[in-house]
Design a protein around this ligand. Structure first.
Ligand SMILES: Nc1nc2c(ncn2[C@@H]2O[C@H](COP(=O)(O)OP(=O)(O)OP(=O)(O)O)[C@@H](O)[C@H]2O)c(=O)[nH]1
Length: 385
């Protein structure tokens, strides 16, 4: 099926214009989520296609030169939007050097046919490759929206390579923007797909990123960055179930910083915060990757040691006590020594053990450790069968 080329250009321009309006409007709300840059890209895309629509009616430098420069500008904005969405600084000079290169090349080559077409394709190919490379780099952050950008970039590349092939085989004469033939229909339709894929990809990517950020906030403690109470309790439920099914030992340890109120009262709340942050970082760093730690309460941490029995647990907790004693927290010029007491529950969880009952036992052991003078460890008595 062959479509009228200027009509397709005009339709794409209209769609891109509407989407640009929506993105720029929504982007006003959050200036850092990349939507405004995406909207600017769509606006440039729409204007580029308006220029192409006028092919043959206005001078070539306007339709071809300005049109392709706007197209390069659109891709530069898409790249900027991609980086913004991932919270990266945008290398504006690097990104916009390619539209500049397009403008310079087309100004120099506008009166030639094949060289100017070749130069335009080359710059656009470079930009697509750049967007695809950056998209691939951020693909490991999760989500699926990156696929839309990769598909859009891939389709765009195919279209551009087909154009290059046409130029190389002497078929460039078939490709002016006001001629309607199968080659042009395919080429311009590819441009349409690119607009849709890039804009939808960027919007969905921003949505995935903000959802991931919310998920992260919901599961991590804002002060220390380790798991919050909800997250560590969820992990505890999973570990409990796993140990029960596998019949393996599990240790839970409640750690409470001794006389922490004194730190706050003597040096202020910010100093207390620094102790909590540095204690959490030190404990996390000293534990194995498979162990879990979360902030259970104010100055209390819950540690899960899977596949660890009583002797191993005592060794781990005593190593943590030694590490804490050797590495006091710092707050400005202050060096703040701190110690902790710990209550442990160790064993193979049975059918009657729940997370609440095990925590209650570890808590009772912690109480004993505090009552015994602090800076010590106590283990909940083994269950009698
Ligand atoms: N700086 C800071 N302090 C906190 C935070 N959360 C809880 N606290 C403080 O931690 C202190 C806990 O005090 P207590 O429960 O009396 O315990 P303690 O002074 O450590 O005494 P023992 O546990 O008996 O050794 C309180 O003063 C809380 O205000 C926090 O996020 N930052």
């Amino acid at each position: 099926m062959i479509f009228n080329t200027p009509t397709i250009f005009a339709s794409v321009a209209l769609v891109a214009l509407i989407m640009a309006f929506c993105l720029i409007l929504v982007g006003q709300e959050n200036k850092r989520d990349g939507m405004r840059a995406g909207g600017a890209g769509l606006l440039a895309h729409a204007l580029a296609y308006c220029c192409f629509t006028l092919y043959g009616q206005v001078p070539l430098w306007l339709t071809y030169g300005v049109g392709n420069t706007l197209l390069a500008l659109a891709l530069a904005f898409y790249a900027a939007s991609l980086l913004r969405i991932h919270g990266q600084p945008v290398p504006w000079a690097r990104i916009f050097s390619l539209p500049l290169l397009m403008a310079v090349a087309l100004t120099a080559l506008i009166d030639t046919r094949e060289p100017r077409m070749f130069a335009a394709c080359l710059v656009l190919i470079l930009q697509c490759l750049l967007i695809m490379a950056w998209t691939w780099r951020y693909a490991r952050n999760g989500g699926r929206a990156y696929l839309l950008l990769l598909i859009g970039g891939g389709i765009s590349l195919i279209g551009l390579l087909l154009r290059v092939a046409a130029i190389a085989t002497g078929a460039a004469a078939d490709l002016p923007y006001n001629v309607s033939n199968l080659r042009q229909t395919v080429s311009v339709s590819i441009g349409t797909v690119t607009v849709m894929m890039f804009s939808l990809g960027l919007v969905l990517m921003a949505k995935e990123r903000s959802e991931a950020a919310l998920r992260d906030m919901a599961l991590h403690d804002a002060l220390t960055g380790i798991a919050n109470r909800r997250a560590i309790l969820e992990t505890f439920e999973r570990e409990l179930e796993r140990s029960r099914r596998a019949g393996t030992a599990l240790t839970i340890a409640l750690l409470d910083i001794d006389h922490f109120k004194l730190v706050n009262d003597t040096h202020g709340h910010l100093a207390g915060d620094a102790v909590l942050q540095q204690a959490a970082a030190l404990l996390r760093q000293r534990l194995r990757q498979s162990d879990e730690i979360g902030r259970y309460g104010g100055e209390e941490f819950l540690i899960l040691l899977p596949d660890t029995g009583g002797d191993g647990a005592l060794t781990v907790i005593n190593e943590l006590r030694t590490a804490v004693a050797a590495q006091p927290a710092c707050f400005g010029d202050l060096v703040l020594s701190y110690r902790f007491s710990s209550g442990l529950w160790c064993g193979v969880p049975g059918p009657g053990d729940s997370s609440d009952s095990l925590i209650a036992q570890a808590d009772a052991a912690l109480y004993e450790a505090k009552a015994a003078g602090r800076d010590s460890v106590r283990m909940a008595p083994a269950r009698r069968s």
